[in-house]
Ligand binder design. Structure first.
Ligand SMILES: NC(=O)c1ccc[n+]([C@@H]2O[C@H](COP(=O)([O-])OP(=O)(O)OC[C@H]3O[C@@H](n4cnc5c(N)ncnc54)[C@H](O)[C@@H]3O)[C@@H](O)[C@H]2O)c1
Length: 248
C-alpha cells in the first residue's frame, strides 16, 4: 500500500469482472476511504463485502450502465454518503459476437455501442453533474482496439474509439472546473469478455503482443495513476497499456 488514493472516494462500474475487481482491490490497497462497486447483478459483488481495512466503506450496488438515470442516482448517493465523490471509473464493457460486417445484426451493433459508449457517456455525464463543484477524476476504460483496427469486432472498435474521443471532448469542456477525464487503452488480457471467441483466437491475439498477453493487474497501475493526484496536470489523455501491441 502506497496511499496514492488516500482519503479518496470512487465509483467503479463492471466491478465483478476481471479488470473491475482488480481495480477495486488496487483502490482499497491505495488507501481509498469509500468505494461503490457496481455491476449488472449485486450478488456478483459479494466478494467485496470483506475486502480492505474495516475503516473503508465498500458498498455494492446493481447498475446497468445503459441506464443513465440510475447511474446519476448512484453517483449522487456516493457523493452524499461520503460528502464528495472523487473518482468514477467507467470500466463496464461487453463484446458482440465475432463477425465480419455483413454478418453483424443491428441489435448486436446497437447493444455494443449502448454498453461501451453510451454507458461511458452516462458515467461522464454523471461526473459532470455530481462532481463538478469540487473537481475530480474520471477514468474511462477504452481499448487498444480504439486505435488499431481489429477484424470481426467492428462495433467494439468503433465504440471504444468513441470512448477515446468522448474523453478528449469532455476533458476540454470541464478542465476549468478541475474535472479531469482520461482513458486507458489496454491490450488483451484473459477475462470473461473473451468467452465467445473461437478456439485459438486468443492464441493468435497473444502472438501480436510483444510482451505477451497481460493480466488485469498489468493495467490497474495506469488507472490508479490517472485516478490519483499524480496525474493532476493530465487530462484528455489516452494511456496505452498494451504489451507493445500497437508498436508495429
Ligand atoms: N480483457 C481484455 O482483453 C480487454 C482489453 C481491452 C479493454 N478491455 C475492457 O476492459 C473492461 C473490463 O473488461 P474485462 O476484460 O474485465 O471483462 P469482464 O467480462 O471480466 O468484465 C466486464 C464487466 O462488465 C459488466 N457489464 C457488462 N455489461 C454491463 C452493463 N450494461 N452495465 C454494467 N456492467 C456491465 C459485466 O457484468 C462484467 O462484470 C471493458 O470495458 C473491456 O472492454 C478488456
Amino acid at each position: 500500500m502506497t496511499d496514492r488514493l488516500e482519503g479518496k472516494t470512487a465509483l467503479v462500474t463492471g466491478g465483478a469482472g476481471a479488470l473491475g475487481s482488480a481495480i477495486i482491490r488496487a483502490f482499497l490497497a491505495e488507501g481509498a476511504r469509500g468505494v461503490m462497486v457496481t455491476d449488472l447483478r449485486k450478488e456478483s459483488l459479494s466478494q467485496f463485502s470483506q475486502v480492505g481495512p474495516s475503516a473503508v466503506d465498500v458498498v455494492q450496488r446493481a447498475l446497468d450502465v445503459t441506464d443513465g438515470d440510475a447511474f446519476e442516482t448512484l453517483a449522487r448517493e456516493a457523493h452524499e454518503r461520503w460528502d464528495g465523490l472523487d473518482i468514477i471509473v467507467n470500466n463496464a464493457g461487453a463484446v458482440p459476437p465475432n463477425a465480419r460486417i455483413h454478418n453483424i445484426a443491428t441489435e448486436d451493433w446497437t447493444r455494443t455501442l449502448e454498453v461501451n459508449l453510451t454507458g461511458t457517456f452516462h458515467g461522464v455525464r454523471a461526473a459532470t453533474r455530481v462532481m463538478r463543484a469540487r473537481g475530480g477524476s474520471v477514468v474511462n476504460v477504452a481499448s487498444v482496439s480504439a486505435l488499431t483496427a481489429w477484424p470481426y469486432a467492428a462495433p467494439y472498435c468503433v465504440a471504444k474509439a468513441g470512448v477515446v474521443h468522448l474523453t478528449r471532448v469532455a476533458a476540454l469542456e470541464y478542465a476549468k472546473e478541475r474535472l479531469r477525464i482520461n482513458c486507458v487503452c489496454p491490450g488483451a488480457f484473459p477475462s470473461g469478455i473473451h468467452s465467445g471467441l473461437p478456439d485459438g483466437a486468443l492464441d493468435a491475439i497473444e502472438s501480436r503482443h510483444p510482451l505477451g498477453l497481460g493480466e488485469p493487474e498489468d493495467v490497474v497501475g495506469a488507472i490508479v495513476y490517472l485516478a490519483s493526484e499524480e496525474s493532476r496536470w493530465t487530462t484528455g489523455h489516452a494511456l496505452v497499456v498494451d504489451g507493445g501491441y500497437s508498436l508495429p
